[in-house]
Unconditional design. Structure first.
Length: 286
């Protein structure tokens, strides 16, 4: 049976082909518990969380990778984020005034809109790449992104059922040989036989053995994955600073204090005039 909330890398020995596997239960359910979502949205959010963990394996520095989408369909906002140390968070927003999401495809849920991958180093410049929206599944859209933006042949398999979400990634790295071409053709064909039931219920060893038992695969150690929000009082103050001094004092005059809730974990932050004085001037003479 499946062990909950784990991520594992693997590679095919003597080749330029790598892979990653993820399974989430506890963290996925903790994220879903923050807001009530229609079933198609829980599935899309689960796929997005699994994808963010798989793609975070490409990070070569401390930081985070997020998958973000803004749509004109029933789902207006989608965000899934994973840090280099495998902490995840995510959220979706549904148009409350429009029709409830019924379709299961990416385009039915998001409609017209923009999707992007954002890589944010703890130190250094943020990078953002646009994800094409021609494909009708999230996995297909992300495969197109890697092909176009990174010039890396990639296969992604993403599944979610409202209780578990899981994913499998295969990727050809630069410097592939003719033997790698043949291996890639084999493993791509084999991976396409994986079912949602298998990926959602089986452990990594069983999945990889079923798919690639004739290949030489090196499986790396398990890495735990957990939900953790990166919000803090300091970050919330930084957001207020970006809002601007005049706007903050206008809110204080109208409401007496400034209150903000984190959209990911619903943590509540309250700021008095003394906090805003210190934020903008470092003293309390305002």
């Amino acid at each position: 049976m499946q062990a909950s909330d784990q991520f594992r890398k693997f590679l095919f020995e003597h080749s330029q082909i790598r892979g990653a596997w993820v399974h989430l239960s506890n963290s996925y359910n903790e994220i879903l518990s923050q807001t009530s979502y229609p079933q198609p949205v829980t599935h899309l959010l689960g796929e997005s969380l699994a994808a963010s963990v798989l793609m975070s394996s490409t990070l070569k520095f401390n930081g985070s990778l997020s998958l973000q989408a803004n749509g004109e369909g029933p789902v207006t906002t989608l965000l899934a984020e994973c840090s280099h140390d495998r902490f995840i968070r995510g959220i979706a927003r549904v148009d409350e005034e429009g029709p409830q999401p019924k379709g299961e495809t990416l385009n039915q849920l998001l409609g017209q809109g923009r999707m992007a991958i954002t890589i944010t180093p703890d130190q250094g410049q943020r990078y953002q790449g646009v994800v094409p929206r021609e494909a009708d599944t999230l996995a297909g859209a992300l495969e197109e992104y890697f092909e176009r933006s990174e010039q890396l042949a990639t296969r992604l398999f993403l599944f979610a059922d409202g209780e578990h979400c899981a994913g499998l990634l295969l990727q050809r790295l630069p410097g592939a040989t003719e033997e790698d071409d043949q291996l890639w053709e084999r493993v791509e064909h084999l991976a396409a036989t994986i079912s949602a039931g298998e990926l959602l219920t089986l452990d990594s060893e069983t999945v990889l053995h079923r798919l690639f038992h004739e290949e030489e695969v090196r499986l790396f150690d398990r890495e735990p994955v957990a939900f953790r929000c990166s919000c803090s009082r300091e970050r919330t103050l930084a957001a207020l600073q970006s809002l601007g001094k005049d706007e903050c004092y206008d809110i204080l005059e109208e409401q007496g204090s400034i209150e903000m809730d984190c959209q990911f974990c619903h943590a509540h932050y309250q700021f008095q005039r003394i906090d805003i004085d210190q934020l903008f001037s470092g003293h309390t003479l305002h």
